[in-house]
Ligand binder design. Structure first.
Ligand code: HEM
Length: 503
């Protein structure tokens, strides 16, 4: 019996040694790969990413160059820093950098299907094309869509007004209002601000956006077997994802009822039309499952980002009353008080535009973009990057690139204005990323930000409750969001009636 025990122990030791050797071999940098910081055995650089990974990466680029490598626990990743290097990869080699990495977490959540996480290939092309055409037909491609955003702005203003100038956290209101714009495209309807089920789904989803960059998520990618551990934040991520999936199944079913073929009312109908049209084609990527993934991705990509951009905007207006004052003056001069701001006003509201651009630059809503992967073996700046390598685009580093921005660490909207006060486009401004996978909702996001922000400042003056100045340190995740804060929104014209549109 003793000798059997000894044999079992020897076998266990041999297995563990073999696994260790395999892991250490996986950690070797491929030949010609960019250099990078030193790594720990097994977990590589994962621990360095625990707090402010975008800042860590920018600092490392000063030592190792704009293109360097990291070891995510046996997963070799390349980090691209600075505007020039990002443009070289995402624009000059757009196809080579257009894939998404097949990391265990993404595999588990979306099976690399859907749209945002989809591998580069026919599936992605079909889903992106359908989403773009749905945005055109049911979204900001239609002139009538602007009035739907304006209508949502009114619901939003009313809800703000209910606080009667008292302190409140605007997060939930902004989230509800913003998600309703995407809901109009996906479901053809808005949801009431007290729809608890929908709100709960968004909360689960946004928590996952935060958890996706937690050290546990990186560990799961490196060692997927940790799924058997009963503890760890990855378990919460899976639980949330399962809840969101079940909700999406139910809601898609509800909104596809009474569908008339070839007469789409919204994205879901348009998707089902394509799915049935291509049902005889074994290569076609449309499926019930990919519909669920893409609906989820559109909801969260549209909500989490734009909501955080507006929340940062509100926070900075309260923080810098002089900037808010300039904004108010411009709104009063261009729009006045008798009507609401509209999209055509944008051309004359250069200061508001400059403020919104500075919010997107300074606050870095998606600091590391969404992870890319190489779709073929490629060479950039003399480094060889094999097919399938995870590529991290540090968009934050482009926004703080001293070659393109003077004093990038200052919040200074005037950097987007020339000496005559005209708006100027800045090349290194890349909040929506670049290349083939650039943000599909950019136009929609710009419209929402402009209309929500300018109608809010037309009606209300924003300030912090007496004695409180919130932190501007971001909460970390795939997106950067402000810490919870409260504002007081006081009517600029005391007798104004929000719903009637009259002061
Ligand atoms: C301020 C708001 C927004 C910001 C800062 C933002 C930023 C980004 C960024 C950085 C990416 C990654 C691009 C890449 O992989 O290189 C992205 C992708 C994407 N965004 Fe946005 N986004 C915003 C709003 C929206 C909205 C409103 C929608 C739609 C409702 C949307 C839908 C998407 C989709 C579907 C992708 C994936 C594209 C693909 O993989 O082909 N985004 N966004």
């Amino acid at each position: 019996r003793e000798s059997r025990q000894r044999a079992e122990s020897a076998l266990l030791l041999a297995v563990v040694t073999l696994l260790l050797i395999r892991q250490l071999l996986k950690q070797r940098r491929p030949r010609g790969f960019p250099p990078g910081p030193s790594r720990l055995p097994l977990i590589g650089n994962v621990l360095s990413l625990a707090s402010e990974p975008h800042v860590f990466m920018r600092k490392q680029s000063e030592k190792h160059g704009q293109i360097f490598s990291l070891d995510l626990g046996g997963i070799s990743a390349v980090v691209i820093n600075g505007y020039d290097a990002i443009k070289e990869c995402l624009v000059h080699q757009s196809e080579a950098f257009a894939d998404r990495p097949s990391l265990p977490l993404f595999e588990k959540l979306t099976k690399m299907g859907g749209l945002l996480n989809s591998k580069y290939g026919r599936g992605w092309i079909e889903h992106r094309k359908l989403a773009v055409s749905s945005f055109r037909c049911f979204g900001c491609g239609q002139k009538s869509f602007e009035s739907k955003i304006a209508e949502e702005c009114l619901f939003f203003l009313d809800a703000v007004d209910e606080h009667k100038g008292k302190a409140f956290d605007p997060k939930h209101l902004i989230t509800n209002a913003v998600s309703n714009i995407t809901n109009l495209i996906i479901f053809g309807e808005r949801f009431a601000y007290d729809d608890r089920e929908f709100q709960h789904m968004i909360e689960m989803f946004s928590e996952n956006v935060e958890l996706a960059t937690n050290a546990w998520a990186f560990l799961y990618n490196a060692f997927p077997w940790i799924k058997i551990l009963p503890f760890g934040k990855h378990q919460r991520l899976f639980k949330n994802a399962a809840e969101v999936y079940a909700f999406l199944v139910k809601i898609i079913e509800r909104f596809s009822q009474n569908r008339v073929a070839q007469s789409p009312r919204h994205y879901i109908d348009a998707y089902l039309d394509e799915m049935y049209k291509t049902s005889g084609d074994p290569e076609a990527s449309y499926s019930k499952e990919n519909l669920i993934f893409s609906v989820g991705e559109l909801i969260i990509a549209g909500t989490e980002t734009t909501t955080n951009a507006i929340r940062w905007g509100v926070l900075y207006m309260a923080l810098y009353p002089n900037i808010q004052g300039e904004n108010e003056k411009e709104i009063d001069r261009v729009v006045g008080g008798a009507r609401f701001p509209c999209w055509d006003d944008k051309a004359s509201m250069v200061y508001t535009e400059a403020v919104l651009h500075e919010v997107l630059r300074f606050c870095n809503i998606v600091p590391l973009g969404i992870f890319h992967a190489t779709s073929v073996d490629t060479v950039v700046r003399g480094y060889s990057i094999p097919k399938g390598t995870t590529v991290i685009t540090n968009l934050y580093s482009a926004h703080f690139d001293e070659k393109y921005w003077d004093h990038p660490e200052l919040f200074y909207p005037e950097r987007f204005l020339d000496g005559d006060g005209n708006f100027i486009k800045r090349e290194a401004f890349v909040p929506f990323s670049l290349g083939r996978r650039h943000c599909l909702g950019e136009q929609l996001a710009r419209m929402e930000m402009f209309l929500f922000f300018s109608t809010l400042l037309q009606r209300f003056h924003l300030g912090f409750p007496p004695g409180s100045v919130p932190s501007v340190a971001p909460r970390l995740g795939m997106t950067l969001q402000p810490q919870a804060y409260c504002i007081c929104a006081t009517r600029r014209q005391p007798d104004a009636k929000c719903r009637t549109g009259k002061f």
